[in-house]
Design a protein around this ligand. Sequence first.
Ligand code: GKR
Ligand code: MG
Length: 447
Amino acid sequence: MAISTHTPAIVEYQVIPVAGRDSMLLNIGGAHAPFFTRNILVLKDSSGNLGVGEAPGGETILHSLEKAKPFIEGQSIGKLRSIVASVSKQGQMADFEDFGKGAWTFELRVNAVAALEAALLDLMGKHLGVPVAELLGEGKQRNRVDVLGYLFFIGDGNATPLDFRQCRTSKGHEWYRMRDKKALTSSSIVELAQAAQDRYGFRDFKLKGGVLAGEDEIEAVTSLSKAFPNARTTIDPNGAWYLEEAIQLCRGMKDVLAYVEDPCGAEQGFSGREILSEFRQATGIPIATNMVATNWREMAHALMLRSIDIPLADPHFWTLSGAVRVSQLCANHGMVWGAHSNNHFDISLAMFAHVGAAAVGEITALDTHWIWQEGDVQLTKKPLEIINGSIEVVDEPGLGVEIDMEAVMQANKLYRSLSSGARDDSKTMQYLINNWSFDAKKPALVR
Ligand code: GKR
Ligand code: MG
């Protein structure tokens, strides 16, 4: 007997590159530009629902999403898994070829696949009347997801001819003023943290390192820990330190560092996984990473070497379902799950929240850059909010956000006014230090 089905099909597929404003955040790759870019995917199904996804900016991801359009239009949303798998396979070789070319591989095509999966899950959740978290792994595990206060050293945007606006919002809180002000000392990081905590209620903090000399950054994170004795604090120099230096800096720091993120990386012919394993044995400090276990093959090696404790499974480069699968692995191998982030809009915030809500086992507060954008441009009508250091994942169907197409088109206009869509932190850094270039083993301001 023929079974009639009313499963909706995808009738419209739109990819929209967008831009937003940013602060001059410093990291080992240089300085953030005044603008960051993202790619937004909007799908419409035959029942009239919209499904949305967000990926990092740049042409590689934009073109990957555009190329996928003919394979997806007309397909039933019920084929979610095979649609995602087929688009994922199209990108595999290219990802491998691009790997390792930059400081980080923001442009990997898997990011495009993640945006597609998010949009399809959003549609599926709306069709079934359940939140996306219910469609991942073992379903929704928690109603609130903790996020951390992601702090950066900040460059002086005023010392550059670039358009770093002093005031991106008229909102009154001190945080919105401070996030655009130079911050290069321990005391300015503590002040930044105080403003962020007052605004968002954080209970955990991460300081992005790889900027000042190692001792100065350890001093900054120590001040942070003293100022917030009940918070879990950590630092992430993105592998800037050599193993020996990293051990010297972190040994005996268990009271300050709840865990440390990518303190060192590949050196002297040894892989980052081998070096982190030695660091872990020498210090006993738990290690988080978004640099050495970013796919299943790397994860297998990391597990064999016992290199890491907290894989930061960013749903943008693991996909949403992949990130939750990582949590299942963690729960069975004595690891704690977390998520990495980059500058993002509020669609990604919802993606993080649902993945965090579905992650099984113990999880650590998720990274999010949203505090550097919040209060400025938003692409959904009512973004999820960070209150008391966490995000509530309500039982609304899908991702639980409604796209604001007017705002998206405004952000697209800003994108089109820019000369390049791809992130290049070294260019911005050259305004602070002449001819600056990236060196994986030198903090950005140590030249
Ligand atoms: O936004 O500058 C930044 C970060 O450094 C980001 O690019 C990293 O990918 O947040 C990331 C990390 O944890 O390594
Ligand atoms: Mg990191």
